[in-house]
Design a protein around this ligand. Structure first.
Ligand SMILES: [Zn+2]
Length: 283
């Protein structure tokens, strides 16, 4: 946990609290690390405005004279600096420069069911079909915050595998762990990390029984390996509401809760999302 805390403590960017709102100045140096998000607050004129980061439009929320957004950097970063521009009527009104920093991610070795590593043709077909469903879900986020509180950790228990760990499965297959694993027994209560809409509740090949919540503005949280889901597609949930029970389903090496946080199409570190969300949402 320590490296994450250090990164958070060393962050001297320009994201502002709601109580003393002051947008970042163009000259401020902002930093972001691979697999992380930063809260960005910026002035907006009354007319139509777009936020463009790395040439792509990023959804934001407008509240009075300010715009609010999360800026994301992929785990698979090429470490190129980039900027976010506030553009109106084809003109750049303000620009925020980001420097991308590398983050050390530890390696771990795991042993899991070989059938979940080397997929049969049938399993492969299932995974591809599931991906089609998931891509559709992740590309149709509701264009507004569905919450008015900060994100919380779904469980107050030991983290057994951090976000970003490099993984070697059964000595061969290599991948990255793009979520957080919490120690949990079969049947522990799993609450929602924030308010949102249930957009998936079902069984997936890798994450087993899974719940996905859309929190709006391309932010999703994923709860995997559950023994049971307790919510239905389309249901609105509050922060802390019970959504399922932890378990051992899908590709696991034992019972635990896998918590994924997806921002603008990339899995990022949920610990950073929790901390960044507190910069605006004070409760
Ligand atoms: Zn996991």
């Amino acid at each position: 946990m320590k490296p994450i805390l250090l990164i958070l403590l060393s962050f001297v960017g320009a994201a502002c609290a709601q109580t003393n709102s002051k947008p970042a100045k163009m000259s401020d140096a902002l930093t972001i690390s691979q697999g992380e998000v930063r809260w960005l607050e910026f002035s907006v004129p009354e007319r139509e405005v777009k936020l463009i980061c790395r040439g792509n439009e990023v959804k934001f929320v407008r509240k009075g004279k300010f715009g609010f957004a999360y800026v994301m950097e992929s785990y698979f970063s090429d470490f190129s600096p980039f900027s976010c521009k506030v553009v109106s009527l084809g003109q750049t009104i303000s620009e925020y420069q980001f420097k991308v920093e590398e983050r050390e991610y530890p390696a771990e070795i795991l042993k899991v069911d070989p059938k979940k590593i080397k997929l049969s043709a049938e399993a492969e077909k299932r995974v591809v079909a599931e991906q089609v469903v998931l891509n559709k879900i992740y590309s149709s986020s509701i264009p507004d915050f569905l919450y008015s509180t900060s994100f919380i950790h779904p469980l107050d228990s030991v983290v057994t595998s951090q976000y970003g760990n490099k993984r070697v499965y059964n000595k061969h297959k290599k991948s990255q762990h793009l979520g957080i694993d919490y120690r949990a027994a079969i049947g522990d209560k799993v609450p929602a990390a924030n308010a949102g809409k249930i957009v998936f509740s079902g069984d997936l090949f890798f994450t087993g029984w899974t719940v996905i919540i859309d929190h709006g503005l391309d932010i999703f949280t994923v709860y995997g390996h559950l023994s049971k889901t307790l919510v239905k597609d389309g249901e609105m949930v509050k922060r802390g509401q019970l959504i399922g029970l932890s378990g051992n389903t899908g590709r696991t090496s034992g019972p635990h809760l896998h918590w994924g946080t997806k921002v603008q199409g990339q899995y990022i570190d949920g610990f950073v999302l929790v901390e960044e969300s507190k910069k605006y949402f004070k409760n």
